[in-house]
Design a protein around this ligand. Structure first.
Ligand code: AMP
Ligand code: GLY
Length: 426
């Protein structure tokens, strides 16, 4: 099969790495890709958000199957346009992608089907939203309804902060259309876990859980980011929690989407809070997590491609995936300044040496090829240094050993990835 992966981050590098190992894959393209992806796929210069460009590319290259990495093209209808063109695709329709692109849509779905989540209300009027916040008190969470590149959620510790966030979104037009409607949600107390399930619209194949590190600095300090590191398995998300999340959250969601006439096909990413009462959902995403996908692909022993194809074709109930019992851990190396302004174009050295550490794969998240084989930083999150080992402590040691072989003065990383798991054991 001729395969096209849409996107150019660390998630897409991990997907390309896994797909390129499949005997079913005869030719792999990635658009736009990056310098690391170029080692396993032919990269073509079409932006992920260029829906018409991606469809034209798939037609021109006679692609049999497209795997869409990021949420933005899905929310713009890329899967629908590909399907109309007769091209098989991994990823939900625009309607089903609302599970990520509208927080209000998802909250209403949860309410309708009794899926455990925080109490909430939706508002378009600032005065009404503020009255609700004052009645509820703090801490409380304010969310822009639409996609806001991970910046549309304010976890407010005081009523004043929550009110300021509402004003910013509803009156100040902070996120434009995405912030014209807000969800105000109960603050959930617990440890977070990310859980993933493949769906073919009807059947569900659970994958495994992971834990992300959303804050930029050690000790979970500083602003939220797309994720500074992840590991899998996460002790907080044990077999009991996984079964509960599947039965109480994922399955009713997939049934609810099917009943609503928008069957979900692709990977459902549940952002869970493991509370004293059990797992509660605080967000859904309609794609793999980044950087969670990187640790999932490391642990996956089976060929991923038949499972991705079954999401489009149906029959996921006939598939089974095998996972390594080892821990996979990834450290994100980002450009100094991220998640605010940062510079592009600095040279990264030592990647080959880093890749020689036992059990290590260095996925590229934001790089581009430079002259004479150089690798240049080309984004906020730049590298995902990923390691596998029998224990989380060993995986962490290997990952940081590889990080220390990378010569990139313009970058930084957290030094405490998986601290919750390491702390729990010792
Ligand atoms: P999101 O952009 O939806 O991933 O949310 C960003 C972060 O906000 C999450 O990773 C959580 O740490 C936090 N968060 C979101 N919703 C809640 C909630 N209801 N209670 C507590 N924390 C939340
Ligand atoms: N790592 C968080 C996300 O992919 O949304």
């Amino acid at each position: 099969m001729r395969i096209l992966v849409v996107g150019g981050g660390g998630r897409e590098h991990a997907l390309c790495w896994a797909i390129s190992a499949s005997p079913l894959c005869t030719k792999l393209f990635c658009a736009p890709g990056n310098a690391g992806i170029a080692q396993v796929a032919e990269c073509l210069d079409v932006a992920a958000e260029d829906v018409a460009g991606q469809v034209a590319l798939a037609q021109r290259e006679k692609i049999d199957f497209v795997v869409v990495g990021p949420e933005v093209p899905l929310s713009m209808g890329l899967a629908d346009r590909l399907a109309e063109a007769g091209i098989k695709v991994f990823g939900p329709s625009q309607k089903a992608a609302q599970i990520e692109s509208s927080k209000g849509f998802t909250k209403d779905l949860c309410k309708k089907h009794g899926i455990p989540t925080g109490a909430y209300e939706r508002f378009t009027d600032a005065d009404k939203a503020i009255a609700y916040i004052e009645a509820q008190g703090a801490p409380i969470v304010v969310k822009a309804d639409g996609l806001a590149a991970g910046k549309g959620v304010v976890v407010a510790e005081t009523v004043e902060q929550a009110v300021a966030a509402v004003r910013d979104m509803l009156s100040g037009n902070r996120f434009g259309e995405a912030g014209a409607s807000v969800v105000i949600e109960e603050f959930l107390v617990g440890e977070e876990a990310s859980f993933f399930a493949l769906c073919d619209g009807h059947n569900v194949l659970p994958l495994v859980g992971a834990q992300d590190h959303k804050r930029v600095f050690d000790g979970d300090k500083g602003p939220n980011t797309g994720g500074m590191g992840a590991y899998s398995p996460a002790p907080v998300f044990d077999a009991t929690m996984q079964q509960r999340a599947l039965d109480e959250i994922i399955l009713p969601t997939v049934r609810g989407m099917e009943a609503a006439g928008m069957p979900f096909k692709g990977v459902l990413y549940a952002g869970l809070m493991i509370t004293a009462q059990g797992p509660k959902i605080f967000e859904y995403n309609c794609r793999f997590g980044d950087p969670e996908c990187q640790v999932l692909m490391m642990r996956l022993k089976s060929d991923i491609l038949p499972a991705l194809i079954a999401c489009a074709d149906g029959g996921l109930n006939h598939l089974d995936l095998r996972w390594s019992a080892d821990t996979a851990l990834t450290v994100v190396m980002a450009a100094k300044g991220y998640p605010d302004a940062y510079q592009k174009g600095s040279a990264i050295r030592g990647l080959d040496e880093a890749g020689k550490v036992e059990g290590v794969q260095v996925f590229h998240a934001g790089t581009k090829p430079g002259p004479d084989g150089a690798v240049l930083a080309n984004g906020g999150r730049v590298l995902n240094v990923t390691a596998m080992a029998p224990t989380v402590e060993q995986a962490r040691e290997r990952a940081y050993q590889a990080v220390d072989r990378i010569d990139w003065p313009e970058g930084f990383c957290r030094r405490d990835i998986a601290w919750r798991a390491v702390g729990r054991r010792s």
